[in-house]
Design a protein around this ligand. Structure first.
Ligand code: NZQ
Ligand code: ZN
Length: 389
């Protein structure tokens, strides 16, 4: 097992009605707040009114910035930074999903930085300080509510890039599973694919003797596999939604990655797809992850056999371990399909004519590799895109 530091300060306030506590939680951090949200589902469901009432009752002043799009854009981040400076904002409250939270985190960095916020996303600047951010989560998916990451798309070149630093972890996350009852099936499914991917990125590791975290990963995956189809069938079943919601946080708050080196190639490969085609990140992952598995499994067949057996209940075939590996991958694909997700680019109506360009962008024209389990160069990434056609 590797050395590690695990510190996750995000205060989780979980359960029915907890959105009404947002005013009190926010007031502990600031009295002048930017209320940040997306395309407006929170207006339609009435959540925005509840949040505003709670802020007012706690004596918190706020200005609003809505309009975050899925795959959040740099231009809105810049607009938010200007607003924050102009109004002496002390705290950013993100009400929504990963896109809103990531946009808020970007503003939190940019508002305290003299240069251009994009510098952090291209490695030109290291995050040193960030404004505090709080969250009311409405979709279990990205895990951004407790993660140290922010992923932003720069419209200039459609580059989707991330920054990771512990100072970006939100100060609190309010999580009421009832708020997820309104999620359309496709968004529910995309969220599920993303959280499964976060676990699998950590699971496929070269670190030896990490059975504790292997088994934590497997348990989290099995629970998601059990509850996710029920979330589609019974969208208003509180306990089903609650298990999925908590799984989404645990998948990406770094507990499952303690003491092990994760891979993250599939995420990097996926970001080129959602960056260019504006596909939901989870749908990109349900396409890329099985293709990645088919390409790299020979690197550690035993780990893939373990995955197939312990997560998918495949009976290991000791004479032909590859058969076990492929049965595990097949069950993963079948699960994604059952959830209504694409498993090929063509399923998502994405043509294959830009895969060379994507492989080049993903590896900075072959100057860097992606992935830690297996280090992949430009040619490898291209082969994975080919497997996903
Ligand atoms: O825009 P609104 O009106 O809020 O609608 C959203 C949006 O259209 C809708 N939605 C959210 N909650 C809802 C709801 N609709 C009805 N009822 C509800 N309760 O769902 C749509 C998708 O929202 P979005 O925030 O984009 O989803 P998600 O949480 O999956 O976030 C995706 C973004 O997070 C990034 C992805 O790359 C992508 O840009 N990621 C962030 C990570 C991180 N910060 O740690 C890690 C991930 O790997 C990921 O890359
Ligand atoms: Zn993800």
């Amino acid at each position: 097992m590797e050395n590690f530091v695990f510190s996750n300060e995000t205060k989780i306030v979980f359960g029915r009605g907890t959105e009404a506590l947002v005013g009190v939680e926010t007031a502990a951090w600031g009295k002048k707040v930017l209320l940040h949200y997306g395309g407006g589902h929170i207006v339609r469901t009435g959540l925005k009114a509840v949040v505003e009432k709670s802020l007012q009752e706690a004596g918190v002043e706020y200005i609003e910035l809505g309009g975050v799009q899925p795959n959040p854009r740099l231009s809105l981040v810049r607009e938010g930074i200007d607003l924050i400076r102009k109004h002496n904002i002390e705290f950013i409250l993100a009400v929504g999903g990963g896109s809103v939270i990531d946009s808020a985190k970007a503003m939190a960095l940019g508002a305290l930085y003299d240069g251009d916020v994009w510098d952090f996303y291209i490695g030109k600047a290291e995050p040193k300080k960030a404004m505090p951010v709080g969250v009311v989560l409405t979709i279990p998916a990205a895990g951004s509510e407790a993660s140290p990451s922010s992923v932003i798309t720069n419209e200039d070149g459609w580059l989707k890039r991330s920054v990771d630093n512990v100072i970006l972890r939100p100060r609190f996350a309010i999580m009421n599973p009832e708020l997820t009852f309104t999620l359309p099936p496709y968004q529910t499914a995309c969220g599920v694919a993303d959280m499964m991917a976060h676990i699998m990125e950590r699971y496929f590791t070269n670190t030896r003797e990490v059975d504790l975290t292997d088994q934590l990963c497997e348990a989290a995956l099995r629970s998601i596999i059990k509850y996710a189809p029920r979330a589609l069938e019974e969208p208003e079943n509180y306990d089903v939604r609650a298990n999925i919601m908590w799984a989404g946080t645990i998948a990406h708050n770094d507990l499952l990655g303690t003491g092990r080196v994760g891979d993250w190639a599939s995420h990097t490969i996926e970001h080129e797809i959602s960056g260019i085609y504006d596909l939901a990140h989870g749908a990109g992952l349900s396409i890329v992850f099985p293709a990645w598995m088919k390409y790299v499994y020979k690197h550690d067949i035993q780990r893939f056999v373990q995955f197939a057996a312990r997560v998918w209940g495949v009976d290991p075939d000791y004479h032909n371990p590859e058969r076990t590996v492929f049965e595990g991958i097949r069950r993963l694909e079948e699960f994604f399909k059952r959830m209504g997700l694409p498993v090929r680019l063509s399923d998502a109506d994405i043509p294959g004519d830009r895969i060379e360009e994507m492989a080049a962008k993903c590896t900075d024209n072959g100057t860097r590799t992606v992935g830690r389990f297996v280090e992949l160069g430009q040619e490898d990434v291209l082969n994975i895109y080919k497997l996903s056609l």
